[in-house]
Write a protein that binds this ligand. Structure first.
Ligand code: GDP
Length: 365
């Protein structure tokens, strides 16, 4: 499955947010305490389309799709030089698919800030530079390793060196690998470097519990937004404290509390959706009377691969897929009506699954 790591300096609110995540996950019937690793929290991806499908199909059960957040505490200045438990934490970041970078935007004199004052720009830079230093190290080591081959005139090594040097130049300017334009081949060459800064990243502004409504005028949030815009990164504003309270609640209680706060959805739900998009994930549905269910695939995945997410047998024995686009099904009001309107399609192995496709797979066992 896909995963998003939560990083940030100490005392910015990572644990508070992560606890809200695990609490929300524990409340859900579909993934009750199914993680063993205390640093991994499973969240359901909120999707209003599931409700609509449930009205149409009236299934026994509804299962949203899910993905993982990983708590990566302990990143401090100097981590890339092995300070603290630095290298270990950087190793954990290597394993996630995307990064949620939490930035402290709340003032509270009782809660120490590692650098003495709330300073989002400096915080972001500190974390980003540690990741960049670690990547610079990886690239330098690779350059050393291929040096002899390059000298001997090996063409591929020369091309690889060219990519490595472009990355190195970016790192030395304090820029992330994701800011370097690379084509598919170049990406392949460097894939096994597992660079940290090539992973997609979004910023999470943690504001005070009474600061959700005027977040747009919070100078710290404004600073984060300005910086993020330069990087082309997304920003999600939450209050980890409030999220922790919301996560304790369920169903109607949760809705009432949100209403009192004047919110249409929790910050956690917004964060989940933003992370899902950041990961380049899309959802297709299966909709039978037994179960209506959302499944996660990577954008661009073809029908057999999508079938394989349900079961490897579905992929191996794939014959074809029956597909109705979500909007067509909702417009028609039933599968039968969608068929009558000619909205029911049979698709083969080369079909690229679209977000919202309602699918039924035919396969050989
Ligand atoms: P971490 O070190 O990044 O995991 O930070 P924690 O989640 O442990 O938070 C550090 C301290 O800040 C804790 O005492 C939290 O209760 C507090 N904290 C987190 N978010 C907020 C907030 O929005 N407002 C205030 N006042 N305190 C917060």
């Amino acid at each position: 499955g896909a995963s998003c790591g939560i990083v940030g300096l100490p005392n910015v609110g990572k644990s508070t947010l992560f606890n809200a995540i695990t609490q929300a996950g524990a409340e859900s019937a579909n993934y009750p305490f199914c993680t063993i690793d205390p640093n991994v929290g499973i969240v359901e991806v909120p999707d209003p389309r599931l409700e609509k499908l449930t009205e149409i199909v009236v299934p026994n059960k509804v299962v949203p799709t899910a993905f993982e957040f990983v708590d990566i505490a302990g990143l401090v200045k100097g981590a890339s030089r092995g300070e603290g438990l630095g290298n270990q934490f950087l190793g954990h970041i290597r394993e996630v698919d995307a990064i949620a970078h939490v930035v402290r935007c709340f003032e509270d004199e009782n809660i120490t800030h590692v650098s003495g004052r709330v300073d989002p720009l400096s915080d972001m830079e500190t974390i980003n530079l540690e990741l960049i230093f670690a990547d610079l190290d990886s690239v330098d080591r690779r350059i050393d390793r291929i040096a002899r081959k390059v000298k001997s005139g090996d063409k591929e090594s020369k091309q690889e060196l060219d990519v490595l040097e472009r990355l190195k130049a970016a790192f030395e300017e304090g820029e992330a690998a994701r800011s370097v334009e690379l084509d598919d081949d170049e990406r392949k060459w460097i894939r096994d470097l597992h660079l940290l800064t090539i992973k997609p990243m979004l910023y999470v502004c943690n504001v005070a519990e009474n600061g959700i409504h005027d977040a747009d005028t919070n100078p710290h949030v404004i600073t984060v937004r300005e910086h993020a815009a330069k990087e082309g990164a997304q920003v999600v504003v939450i209050s980890a404290k409030v999220e922790a309270e919301i996560a304790e609640l369920d169903g109607e209680d949760k809705e009432m509390f949100l209403e009192e706060l004047g919110l249409s959805e929790s910050g956690l739900d917004r964060l989940i959706r933003a992370a899902y998009e950041l990961l380049g994930l899309v959802t297709y549905f299966t909709a039978g009377v037994q179960e209506v269910r959302a499944w996660t695939i990577r954008q661009g995945m073809k029908a057999p691969g999508a079938a394989g997410v349900i079961h490897t047998d579905f992929e191996r024995g794939f014959i074809r897929a029956e597909v109705i686009a979500y909007n067509d099904l909702v417009d028609a009001g039933s599968v039968a009506a969608a068929r009558e309107r000619g909205k029911y399609r049979l698709e083969g192995k080369e079909y690229v699954v679209a977000d919202g496709d309602v699918m039924h797979f035919r396969f050989n066992v």
